[in-house]
Design a protein around this ligand. Structure first.
Ligand code: AMP
Length: 403
């Protein structure tokens, strides 16, 4: 079974074609800058890369371009688009309606549309991807895999904000959490690596990429997570501010005399690593600058690792203990510095890092970084959201319930 996995953003479409027999990625790529000057396709088949500079007006053109290269004489991996058995779409927000991945029907499309107020930038882009595939491959079944679904097991006392209750009833303002596909994948993988059933484990997953979030996963179910109503809450990120006193955006608006859209931009695009350091939103740059004595880069790193440590403590308390701590995503998989500092001083909890192993498990490797005597296992598990989307799509095609 060949599955096309799509992750559609407002100006980009990322794709992978996965042969489910052996779970092999046949081709992958991205169409960038859709509707903007300088649009292009980057396509990879095996180790062969091709970059095509081309005007791409909208998502329909992007999908057509992707199929042109998927069926290309030299760079293609299928002889016709009909060889694709099913398409799995990443959908950012499923609100309270979706607790797992689903086959896309007209009713499901309507329900995804109903979630647009919760993700006004993301869901319309995801829908554009679904509509474009519907046009290109009308007969092919499609599955939606939601970023929020895994966290729908949270209980009201963990997902409610202490705001007037009507805001929840009328506008569904509550914590949803994101990166659910990643938290689900790495927690299940961690349990398998330990040879334990996930139903017996208390796990904290630490997804540190450009976006960053943590989750408390008790006996296989997410009971809390750092992102909230939007992906802005919780850990601070490349350009997002994370937790703030809620009065601060009001003060910024008042002091800078800027409007709602400008405040939104400041909190989402000008804060986090770039805001604190004034240098970069890339962790590698901060580590390098800090090692050369840049004080603001050093502060950014101290804040970052302190914040991860605080949530490890909070989530251990929330679960009544901890068995496994899992690091993943760009920073979690590569920065031994961030991992070491985030776990520093957690011996009282039973977390002891083996510094040498920690330095070795980088660059997409999977492995344990805790020392032999550590009561709590600390693992690095590279995330693979595309594979989860493909697996869920296959499960639904086979008439099974996704994990
Ligand atoms: P992601 O969104 O998962 O692709 O992660 C992107 C983040 O991973 C960026 O902040 C990168 O700086 C960070 N990253 C990638 N490689 C490294 C590395 N070797 N050391 C530290 N951070 C890294």
């Amino acid at each position: 079974m060949k599955i096309l996995v799509l992750n559609t953003g407002s100006s980009s479409v990322k794709y992978q074609v996965i042969e489910m027999e052996g779970e092999v990625v046949l081709a992958k790529g991205i169409v960038e800058r859709i509707g903007l000057p300088g649009s292009r396709l980057k396509h990879r088949k095996g180790t062969d890369d091709v970059v095509v500079e081309k005007d791409v007006k909208d998502h329909n053109e992007a999908i057509n371009l992707i199929f042109t290269y998927l069926t290309h004489e030299e760079y293609g991996v299928i002889s016709s688009p009909e060889e694709i058995d099913a398409v799995g779409h990443r959908v950012v927000h499923g609100g309270e309606k979706f607790t797992s991945s689903v086959l896309i029907t007209d009713e499901v499309l309507e329900m995804i549309r109903d979630c647009i107020p919760l993700a006004p930038l993301h869901n319309p882009a995801n829908l554009a991807g679904i509509e474009a595939i519907k046009r290109a491959l009308p007969q092919v079944p499609m599955v939606a895999v939601f970023d929020t679904a895994f966290h729908q097991t949270m209980l009201p006392f963990s997902y409610m904000y202490a705001l007037p209750y009507e805001l929840y009833e009328k506008y569904k303002i509550r914590r949803y959490g994101f990166h659910g596909t990643s938290h689900r994948y790495v927690s299940q993988k961690a349990a398998r690596l330990m040879g334990e059933r996930i139903e017996r484990l208390k796990i904290i997953t630490v997804h540190l990429g450009n976006g960053a979030s943590m989750a408390a996963i008790k006996f296989g179910k997410s009971i809390d997570t750092t992102m909230g109503y939007t992906p802005l809450e919780g850990l601070y990120m490349g350009t997002r501010c994370g937790n703030l006193d809620p009065a601060i955006p009001l003060a910024i608006q008042r002091e800078l005399k800027i409007n709602y859209t400008q405040v939104d931009h400041l909190l989402n695009k000008k804060s986090g690593m770039i805001g604190i350091s004034g240098l970069s939103s890339d962790m590698r740059d901060l580590e390098e600058a800090s090692s050369k004595g840049n004080q603001r880069a050093k502060l950014a790193l101290e804040m970052y690792t302190y914040m991860v440590k605080k949530y490890i403590g909070a989530y251990s308390a929330a679960m009544g203990g901890l068995d496994v701590l899992v690091f993943t995503a760009g920073i979690g998989e590569n920065s031994s510095f961030v991992r070491e500092k985030s776990c520093e001083g957690l011996n009282y909890l039973g977390v002891v890092i083996d510094k040498e192993r920690n330095r070795e498990v980088v660059g997409g490797k999977e492995g344990e970084i805790s020392s032999k005597g550590s009561k709590i296992k600390v693992l690095v598990v590279p995330t693979n959201e595309e594979l989860v989307i493909a697996r869920d799509t296959k499960a639904i095609m086979d008439g099974k319930t996704p994990d």
